[in-house]
Write a protein of this length. Sequence first.
Length: 168
Amino acid sequence: MKPWKVAALSALMLMCIMTWPFVRPLIQSEPAVTATAMGGDFVLTRQDNREVALSSLVGQGAWLTFMHAGCGNPCEAELSHLASQSDAPIVVVSLDPSDTPEAMSQWLGQRPQLVGLTGSAEDIKSIAARYRLPVEFADGTPSYPLRWYQLGARAELIKLWPAGLVLD
């Protein structure tokens, strides 16, 4: 074999050996890192004290948001604003575990479009994390951005909207 061919083959083998750690993850059958989908179904206690799954509330679609009974006027304004633009159910998950179903019922009133859900602190934190809602508890009061999650018929996340959304 000619010396230049030996040198070329040696260089090719050296290149393969050096790049193998970088190429190997790309050709593996399963990805090395998987992304977790945002959102998903969950079960919490409804304002009428019944356990209910989110998927059973959405029908042909719904809106999901995270608030709490002590939020006051900003939350009430957001709820009224969206209710005036859409007939879809509005599911409100309380971020304050001290909000009982009775407190949720009193806060949301007899508006059939609004469904209030509450649960344990662990459940609420887990659900908020799955929906990637940054929540901080300062002096026991939750602090968070107001957001709207537009859900499809199977409770899948369609779109994330900021507070004050305007539907076309």
